[in-house]
Design a protein around this ligand. Structure first.
Ligand SMILES: [Fe+2]
Ligand SMILES: [Fe+2]
Length: 322
């Protein structure tokens, strides 16, 4: 029995829920849903929102140092898009009963997870190209199937996010293409960035399928449509021809198409590194969290002023109504 109804309601609710999932239709905020489904979505959507917000930092680092006004304008727009993605996703999580304050608090207390990729440093301009190409590229592979996620507000948020991610990926590819057509030093800088980001980008799809215990349930609920390894394979298949056009080398000597297995054969991924970074011990975890905390504290007066303004507006409109 839940707070929403009786045992009978739960049985009827479960049956209605199962029918919607079976028919590939959508669950909406006011519909009955299993508690575990709600909790899974809150966890996944809030982690996704945190990733977008923390993900502004590695590139924000280069806004003041972009090599031209045009590059600066593009990078600024891209980073602002990521802020927007965070906001749509926090709103989607709020439709499930999570509050924005709780989610923010969990992030700045270091209790919430976010994508491990954003804990790597961005020492050169080529990192801007590589993040767009590899990190936004991996995000697209992950997120396009989420446009069909069974929870309505999540799926709809993903549609808009994916359109923007495609722009991000192309702008990154174009930065790298420009560098690869430049001087030898620029080409080296691009290759070095690809060497540093390639493996962490492959880790973005999460642990291998046999070590991903929640995946089967998420697939049954039609939140997730493809397994981690399937998405990783699809991503590699997308990168190989693009790397050839760029003239960069993907840093895996074992990488080849396995005709018999109909899959990409790769070297072993270093999952120890993934788990270390996820546990907060990556190169930039502490800096990223401290920046987020500082921004939250420095923005306190804006939130207070906005709340006070809203309170006065509400009072004024009550006065008008009276
Ligand atoms: Fe994004
Ligand atoms: Fe993006």
């Amino acid at each position: 029995m839940t707070q929403h109804g009786t045992v009978m309601d739960d049985e009827a609710g479960q049956a209605a829920f199962d029918a919607v999932i079976e028919a590939d239709q959508r669950i909406e905020p006011r519909d009955w849903m299993p508690e575990a489904y709600r909790r899974t979505l809150v966890r996944q959507i809030s982690q996704h929102a945190h990733s977008e917000i923390i993900g502004m930092q590695p590139e924000g680092n280069w806004i003041t140092r972009a090599p031209s006004l045009k590059r600066k304008a593009i990078l600024l727009a891209k980073v602002q898009d990521e802020a927007g993605h965070g906001l749509y996703l926090y709103s989607a999580a709020q439709t499930l009963g999570a509050t924005r304050d709780e989610m923010t608090q969990q992030l700045i207390d270091g209790k919430a997870k976010y994508s491990s990729i954003f804990n790597y440093p961005t020492p050169t301009w080529a990192d801007m190209g590589t993040i767009g190409w590899l990190v936004d590229g991996a995000a697209i592979c992950n997120q396009v199937p989420l446009c069909r996620a069974s929870y309505g507000p999540y799926g709809r948020a993903m549609v808009r996010i994916c359109k923007e991610e495609s722009f991000h990926q192309r702008q990154g590819f174009e930065i790298l293409l420009t560098l690869m057509q430049g001087t030898e030093e620029q080409q080296k800088m691009a290759q070095d960035a690809v060497n540093r980001w390639y493996w962490p980008a492959l880790m973005m799809f999460g642990p291998p399928d046999d070590e991903s215990p929640n995946s089967a349930q998420s697939m049954a609920w039609k939140i997730k449509r493809f397994s981690n390894d399937e998405l990783r394979q699809r991503f590699i298949g997308m990168l190989v021809p693009q790397a050839a056009i760029l003239g960069v080398t993907l840093p895996d000597p074992e990488l080849r198409w396995d005709e018999d297995g109909q899959r990409w054969h790769t070297s072993e991924i270093d999952w120890t590194e993934f788990h270390e970074v996820l546990a907060g011990r990556g190169p930039m975890n502490a800096v990223r969290l401290q920046n987020r905390r500082d921004a939250h504290e420095e923005g306190a007066w804006v939130r207070e002023a906005a709340a006070e303004y809203a309170r006065k507006q509400a009072l004024a409109s009550e006065g008008m109504a009276a």
